[in-house]
Write a protein that binds this ligand. Structure first.
Ligand code: ADP
Ligand code: MG
Length: 936
């Protein structure tokens, strides 16, 4: 490249190193700074809000430069990682003072979002996963490895079959990797690519070509794990998983990461847990709210009563992977129950847990060679708490709790070693001493003594010199540049003896040295330097010991996490009045007095409990109708959430619950705007529904909310009906909420379909939603009433009422096109004092045109009266309208008698010919104009 020519030697060195790390931002150590150059500099200056400067790069050319002080580099790196960048740290690998010519520099670490162990770059409650997927051999399963480098969690699985793309994307969505690596074949797979994009997963990076075939990968992986075979890890005969796991190690090693703590890898079987598609976890807001993707407002947020980040992270993974096998679930529930009933034990356990630190990540940092002395101290303090927990749990008999106790290894060797070796409150820095406890190492003690002796000598020397010179304010000081000195203030300079040599002049004082002082200085500083180096060395030894034990520490950490999680669920149940759900391996779901776990916390007005019963001898499909805002969506989510909670082993917010385990929960809720993924809302809606219909089984719970809303009314109703019918045939437990009240007719046509509806009350002329869901269908949508509550102008409301009637009348024959036959309103709307015959036209328009059109429309209604089928299959006409509601609606317009309206009320509309109707209409209009129709 031409721009390389004429670079200064150092810039040439930079270029060469940067070329080896094209994907990373290169932080290049120069003196006390880490500098970036060229494009990196512009990027870093922008992202970190630091000054962009420039530097002479040879031949008078200046190149962009931006740098950060070396001691603050970690904080800046954390920010860059947070934004998804990778950073290569290039250090001086020889002492600049001793270097001949240019100092040798090398990249000592590449830090990527998934390989950092720095707590500043990590979210305490969220795992930090690296996911690596590799294509299998022809026709075989894909391998997937998942590694949380910060904790040492490392597992792998295989995904095969026809739907591997969606299953892989689903699993990746559940994992939510910070970094995703795909081999070339997977990167080329268009179907997978589309799914990953739709799920907005981390941008997939290319995995460097692996030279290993399955056998070689197995051998090298075993070598890394220090075993002869992979049988113990369940990876034998799972070539794709093995290659993926091996590729993970290769990637980490390429980043110069120490991988001691990845001491084992386990095969995991996805069948043991509920599969969860991305739409479902998003719609149900399981770990993130749909608004801004944050934790607040999610199910996890509402349920999290854990006391450690370990427990919080585990709860999160439990919620994303509910159990499907009854025995395992029963065990978890039994443990929660025992802690729920044993309030005293629970309180004790939680009291101790409060002081437990994030042992997983501490052990991870040790394993990665990056633990500080404070980290090791935290490990020690946490291990010390383990016996207390074991003691507190001594009386518990639940199998899982016994198991937890057995796994709570206090790792006494490490505790003991740290207790003997580590100082009680070590500083953050590792190179300034203070790390090692007195009495642990004889040489450390000796050097400390020497240093202390030096200090004593300095104090004596100061006193002696004051005495000798008579200068009372004379003092001994120290700085890095000049070492120890004697300081004399300006007013006392006359008393300075001849043997003092001046070193530095300040505004108000002079600084001197003497040969004696310099001699001692060499001794003191020599001891200090040696001491610091030795302490650091000893510390590294301790850290290595801890790294060796990281597998055991991880075991203890896992048990702590589980205990915290179980105790947290027990506490949750006690604090919120949850009940233990009865679990069964069948298809009957019954909840009495169920509450929404999140809304019950956030609703200020109080939450209204609701019941549900699906399956068993009763219906499998519930069609839930009712006006907007009456609580349908809430009810649906609540049922789905309670089932998930039960299958996580938690108690549930209800008066009573009996839950037949489901194999999967599917949801499609609301018309989500997915424009960010470049798809239309309706397209997304249909894709999600298609997915559900293809994957649901008779043991699934399907929750569909307003499916078909994204298109025109008639398409929508038709699709909605077809979907309900499909699910009814399938026999999946289905809750289907719709504002298409026409769908209530389905209950009559299908045995396993029943209607539920949200109640509507009229309180003194205002409609109120008591949020009660009860058996039976809704009579209508109340859309206009809801709009009225929302404050739409009455002219708009009355116009809408008119159009609605016209459309409804026309539906049987001409479809929605009838809408456009209704002429626009001419005059301002006036409320008419009484409803039309069906109780619906409460607020109709008084203009001539409108009135005529209304009759025209009702003619069409008439024509369809004899049996043109609605989508529900029912005859037309208005047999299901509820008179009572109609009366109430009327009341809010203060009815006043009007002869015309009285006549209209008693009129047999269906007995009229169109001509008679027109004549009648003309007469009424005349009456009204004459004043005969006025209110009295
Ligand atoms: P719909 O889906 O029928 O339009 P939603 O389920 O969205 O209605 O509910 C609308 C609002 O009503 C919710 O945001 C909530 O504030 C309130 N709500 C719903 N269900 C209940 C309930 N059971 N108890 C109290 N308030 C509720
Ligand atoms: Mg809704």
């Amino acid at each position: 490249m031409s721009d390389r020519k004429g670079l200064t030697p150092m810039m040439a060195q930079f270029r060469r190193i940067k070329d080896e790390h094209p994907q990373a931002i290169l932080l290049f150590r120069m003196g006390d700074f880490y500098e970036t150059f060229f494009d990196d500099a512009a990027l870093v200056a922008r992202e970190l809000e630091i000054t962009l400067t420039s530097r002479e790069a040879g031949k008078g050319r200046r190149v962009p430069m931006a740098g950060v002080p070396h001691h603050a580099v970690d904080g800046y790196v954390a920010k860059l990682l947070d934004r998804g960048y990778r950073v290569a740290i290039c250090d001086q690998v020889e002492d600049p003072a001793k270097a001949k010519g240019l100092v040798r520099r090398e990249v000592t670490r590449v830090i990527t979002p998934a390989t950092t162990v720095d707590s500043r770059a990590l979210e305490a409650q969220v795992p930090n996963y690296l996911a690596v997927a590799v294509a299998g051999q022809a026709g075989e399963a894909v391998g997937l490895a998942v590694c949380d480098f910060s904790t040492g969690e490392f597992r792998a699985t295989q995904i095969g079959g026809q739907r591997w793309q969606s299953e892989l994307a689903e699993e990746l969505n559940r994992i939510g990797p910070r970094e995703l690596l795909l081999d070339e074949q997977l990167r080329q797979d268009a179907g997978l690519g589309r799914l990953l994009k739709a799920y907005r997963l981390a941008e997939a990076r290319a995995l460097e070509e692996l030279e290993a075939d399955a056998d070689r990968a197995a051998r090298l992986l075993a070598e890394h794990l220090g075993t002869v075979s992979l049988t113990a890890f369940g990876l034998e005969d799972r070539p794709a998983a093995t290659v993926a796991a091996y590729a993970t190690i290769v990637y980490l090693r390429a980043n110069q990461a120490q991988t001691n703590h990845l001491a084992s890898v386990s095969y995991y079987d996805r069948a043991a847990t509920m599969r969860m598609d991305p739409a479902t976890s998003r719609h149900l807001e399981i770990v993130a709210n749909a608004r801004d993707g944050k934790r607040a407002g999610s199910l996890w947020w509402a349920m999290d009563m854990t006391r450690t980040p370990l427990g919080s992270r585990l709860l999160r993974s439990w919620l994303l992977a509910p159990l499907t096998a009854l025995p395992e679930l029963a065990q978890r529930q039994a443990a929660v129950t025992e802690l729920f009933e044993g309030a005293f034990c629970r309180a004790e356990v939680r009291q101790v847990l409060k002081d437990v630190q994030d042992l997983e990540r501490l052990a991870g940092r040790a394993g990665a060679g990056q633990a500080t002395a404070r980290d090791l101290l935290a490990i020690r303090l946490t291990l010390q708490l383990v016996p207390k927990l074991r003691e507190a749990l001594a009386e518990q008999s639940a199998e899982l709790l016994r198991d937890v106790v057995a796994r709570l290894d206090p790792v006494p060797e490490i505790q003991d070693l740290m207790g003997r070796a580590l100082a009680d409150s070590p500083p953050l820095a590792l190179t300034e001493g203070g790390l090692i406890r007195d009495g642990y190492d004889a040489e450390v003690d000796r050097l400390r003594e020497l240093r202390r002796g030096g200090r004593g000598w300095l104090a004596a020397f100061e006193a002696q010199e004051r005495e000798r010179t008579g200068i009372k304010t004379l003092k001994i000081g120290y700085n890095r540049v000049f070492g120890y000195y004697i300081e004399v203030t300006r007013s006392n300079l006359a008393g300075v003896p001849d043997d003092y040599t001046r070193r530095q002049t300040l505004a108000g004082a002079e600084r001197y040295v003497t040969p004696e002082l310099k001699e001692r200085e060499a001794e003191i500083l020599g001891a200090e330097e040696k001491l610091f180096a030795l302490e650091y060395e000893l510390f590294c030894g301790l850290r290595a010991e801890v790294a060796e034990a990281s597998a055991r520490l991880r075991g203890t950490a896992g048990a702590l996490a589980e205990l915290d999680c179980l105790a947290g669920l027990a506490e949750l149940a006690a604090a919120r009045g949850y009940v233990r759900p009865e679990l069964a391996d069948d298809d009957r779901l019954e909840i009495g007095g169920g509450r929404h776990p999140v809304l019950e916390l956030t609703l200020e007005t109080g939450f209204v409990p609701n019941d549900v019963a699906v399956g068993g001898d009763g219906p499998r499909v519930l069609v839930i109708t009712g006006p907007n805002m009456a609580g349908k969506s809430t009810y649906l989510r609540q049922v789905a959430l309670l089932v998930l909670m039960a299958q996580v082993g938690s108690f549930v917010p209800a008066a009573a619950a009996r839950i037949g385990l489901v194999d999967r929960v599917f949801t499609r809720i609301g018309a989500h705007d997915d424009l960010a993924a470049g798809q239309s809302t309706f397209m997304v809606e249909m894709q999600e529904v298609a997915y559900i219909l293809r994957h649901a089984t008779a043991r699934s719970l399907v929750v569909l909310d307003e499916v078909g809303r994204g298109t025109s009314t008639f398409d929508g109703i038709s699709l909605a009906r077809a979907v309900v019918e499909h699910l009814s045939r399938l026999g999946a437990a289905t809750l289907f909420a719709t504002h298409y009240h026409e769908l209530i007719a389905l209950a009559a046509l299908h045995d396993n379909v029943a209607n539920y509806s949200t109640a509507v009350l009229d309180r003194g002329g205002e409609i109120v939603f008591p949020h009660k869901v009860r058996p039976g269908g809704a009579d209508r949508s109340y859309g206009i009433e809801v709009a009225r509550l929302a404050g739409l102008p009455s002219s708009v409301l009355s116009r809408a009422g008119l159009l609605l009637r016209a459309i409804e009348a026309g539906r049987g024959v001409g479809g929605a096109s009838e809408l456009w036959l209704v002429p626009p309103t001419g005059t301002a709307a006036m409320a008419r004092p009484e409803g039309a015959g069906d109780g619906r036209g409460v607020d109709c328009d008084d203009s001539d045109d409108g009135g005529a059109a209304e009759v025209a429309a009702s003619e069409a209604d008439d024509a369809s009266a004899d049996g043109v089928a609605t989508p529900g299959g029912e005859g037309r006409g208005r047999p299901h309208r509820d008179r009572r509601v109609a009366q109430r609606q009327v009341s809010f317009l203060e009815p006043a008698p009007s002869p015309v309206l009285e006549e209209l009320k008693s009129l047999d509309v269906y007995g009229l010919t169109p001509l008679e109707a027109l004549n009648l209409l003309a007469r009424w209009q005349q009456d009204l104009r004459r004043g005969g129709g006025e209110r009295t």
